[in-house]
Design a binder for this molecule. Structure first.
Ligand code: NAD
Length: 439
C-alpha cells in the first residue's frame, strides 16, 4: 500500500484533500493544485465555498488570479465530506482556538476526525497542520482511527504532523521557500509525508516523531511570545526612567551575534502567538508541570491593551480632557500590519475598553471596511483633513504600510504612536511614542 501511494505522489496521480480553507489551508490547496494534483478543498463555511467557486479570494496574500488559475480545473471545493473516500492524502488545517477558560478547544479537529473515520479508505496518508499540543496527532488521530476503523497504522493508514509556518502579510516569504518540519507516527508515514510535501516545499526537515514536530511549532511561538513580553515589560520600565526604548532596540540590533530585535506594541494578536503557548502550558499541567515563563508572558502581553488605555487617559489628561466624550481615532484595527485578520486584535480590545469608559471611538483601516465590536457593526472612516482634525487623539494601533502618515501628522492635534511608525517625524511636539510618555 505504501509503495503504490508513493508512486501516486511521484507521478502526480494522487487525489488529495485539504480540510479547512483559511489562512493556512487555502494557500496549501492552491500550491498542491498548481503542482498538478487533483485537489478537493473542504470547508464548513458556505460563504467561503461560494466565494472560492466564484474565483474570489478572501485572503489578501492570495490573488483572485492565483485562485482562478486552478479553481474548477484541478481544485474543487465544497462542504461535502464524502469526497474524503476518494483521497490518497488528507491535510487538516482547521482552527485550534482556546475556549472561555483559555484551555485548548479541539472541537474543530475532533469533528474533522469524525468525518475522516466515516469516509476514509485504506491506504490514506493524513497530515495534521493545525497547531496543537504535543501528543495530539498520536492520541486524537492515530489511536482514534485504530480503535474505530480497526486499520493498522503503517499498513492501512499513515499519519504525520507538519506545522504551518506562514507569515500572513509578509510578501517576501513564499510558502514553498519556508523549510517544512514534518514528523511521522511511523517511519513509512514520515517517508510518504516527505515525498508528498517535497512536491510543493523546497526544503523538508524530518524529525523523529509527531510529538517533536508539534513541540517545534510551540517552541517557535512561545519564543516569540516570551521575547515580546520581555520587550513590553522593558518598555514600561524605560518609560519611568525616561529612556526611549525604540532607540535602545535600534542600538542593540547592531550587535552582529546573540541578539535579535523584538518590538513593543499595544498587545499581541492573531491565531498563533496569543494561543499556541497556552496549548503548551495546558499540556504541561497534565504532566504536573507549571510553565512560569508562558504564564508570565501571557499576563504581560494580555495586559498591554489596558496599559495603552492608561496612557491614552494620561495623554488626554494633559489636554485637560477625559476619555469620556473625547473623540479617539484608532489607525489600524487588524492585529498586525498589512493583514485584514481581526482575531485577538489588541486594537479591538483598546477600542472596546475606551468605549466602555465613554470615549467616542472611530477607526480607519484600509483592510477592514467594517467590523463588529461590542455587538455593533462599525465602519472604517476615510482619512480626511476633517476626520483627523475632529479627533482629540489619534492612536496608531496598527502600522499598515499603505497609510499616509505625513498627512495624519500634518492635520492631527495629538498622536499616540504605539508602533514607532512615525519615527521619521518624532521631533514633532504633538507625537507621543509608546514608552515615551513622560518625555
Ligand atoms: N493564520 C496563521 O498565520 C497560522 C500560521 C501557522 C499555523 N496556524 C494554525 O493553522 C490552523 C488553521 O488556522 P487558520 O489561520 O488557517 O484558521 P482559519 O480560521 O483562517 O481557517 C480555518 C478554516 O477551517 C474551516 N473549518 C472549521 N471547522 C471545520 C471543519 N470541521 N471542517 C472543515 N472546515 C472547517 C473554517 O471555516 C475556516 O475557513 C490553526 O491551528 C492555526 O493555529 C495558523
Amino acid at each position: 500500500m505504501c509503495k503504490s501511494l508513493k508512486e501516486k505522489f511521484l507521478n502526480k496521480t494522487a487525489k488529495v484533500c485539504v480540510i479547512g480553507l483559511g489562512y493556512v489551508g487555502l494557500p496549501l490547496a492552491i500550491s498542491l493544485a498548481k503542482y498538478g494534483y487533483e485537489v478537493f478543498g473542504i470547508d464548513t463555511s458556505k460563504d467561503k465555498i461560494k466565494s472560492l467557486r466564484n474565483g474570489k479570494s478572501y485572503i489578501l496574500d492570495i490573488s483572485d488570479k492565483d485562485l482562478q488559475d486552478v479553481i474548477h480545473k484541478n481544485l474543487f471545493v465544497g462542504d461535502d465530506f464524502s469526497i474524503l473516500s476518494k483521497a490518497n492524502a488528507i491535510s487538516i488545517c482547521v482552527p485550534t482556538p482556546l475556549n472561555k477558560t483559555k484551555d485548548p478547544d479541539l472541537s474543530y479537529l475532533s469533528s474533522s476526525i469524525e468525518k475522516i473515520i466515516q469516509f476514509i479508505k485504506r491506504g490514506t496518508l493524513i497530515i495534521l497542520e493545525s497547531t496543537t499540543y504535543p501528543g495530539t496527532t498520536e492520541e486524537l488521530i492515530t489511536k482514534t482511527i485504530e480503535n474505530n476503523k480497526k486499520y493498522r497504522l503503517g499498513i492501512d493508514f499513515f499519519v504525520c504532523f507538519s506545522p504551518e509556518r506562514i507569515d500572513p502579510g509578509n510578501k517576501k516569504l513564499d510558502i514553498k521557500n519556508i523549510p517544512k518540519v514534518i514528523g511521522g507516527d511511523t517511519s513509512n508515514s514520515l517517508e510518504l509525508g516527505m515525498i508528498y510535501y517535497s512536491s510543493i516545499f523546497n526544503e523538508m526537515i524530518p524529525v523523529s516523531s509527531t510529538k517533536v514536530a508539534e513541540m517545534t511549532k510551540l517552541l517557535e511561538n512561545t519564543f516569540r511570545s516570551v521575547n515580546i513580553a520581555l520587550v513590553n515589560e522593558l518598555t514600561l520600565m524605560c518609560e519611568r526612567m525616561n529612556i526611549n526604548i525604540w532607540e535602545v532596540i535600534d542600538a542593540a540590533s547592531t550587535k552582529p551575534m546573540g541578539y535579535m530585535p523584538f518590538y513593543p506594541g499595544p498587545g499581541i494578536g492573531g491565531h498563533c502567538i496569543p494561543l499556541d503557548p497556552m496549548y503548551l502550558s495546558w499540556r504541561g499541567k497534565t504532566f504536573d508541570y507549571y510553565n512560569r515563563f508562558i504564564e508570565l508572558s501571557n499576563d504581560i502581553n494580555r495586559n498591554m491593551p489596558r496599559y495603552m488605555v492608561q496612557n491614552i487617559s494620561e495623554l488626554l489628561n494633559r489636554q485637560e480632557k477625559s476619555i469620556k466624550n473625547s473623540i479617539i481615532f484608532l489607525i489600524g484595527i487588524s492585529y498586525k500590519k498589512n493583514v485584514a485578520d481581526l482575531r485577538e486584535s489588541p486594537a479591538i480590545e483598546i477600542y472596546r475598553l475606551l468605549e466602555e469608559k465613554g470615549g467616542k471611538l472611530i477607526y480607519h483601516d484600509p483592510y477592514v471596511p467594517h467590523c463588529k465590536i461590542n455587538g455593533k457593526t462599525i465602519y472604517s472612516q476615510n482619512l480626511t483633513k476633517e476626520t483627523i482634525k475632529s479627533a482629540d487623539l489619534i492612536v496608531i494601533t496598527t502600522d499598515h504600510s499603505n497609510i499616509d502618515y505625513p498627512f495624519i501628522i500634518k492635520h492631527a492635534k495629538n498622536i499616540f504612536d504605539t508602533r514607532n511608525v512615525t519615527k521619521l517625524y518624532t521631533n514633532q511636539k504633538h507625537i507621543t511614542l509608546l514608552g515615551n510618555l513622560y518625555e
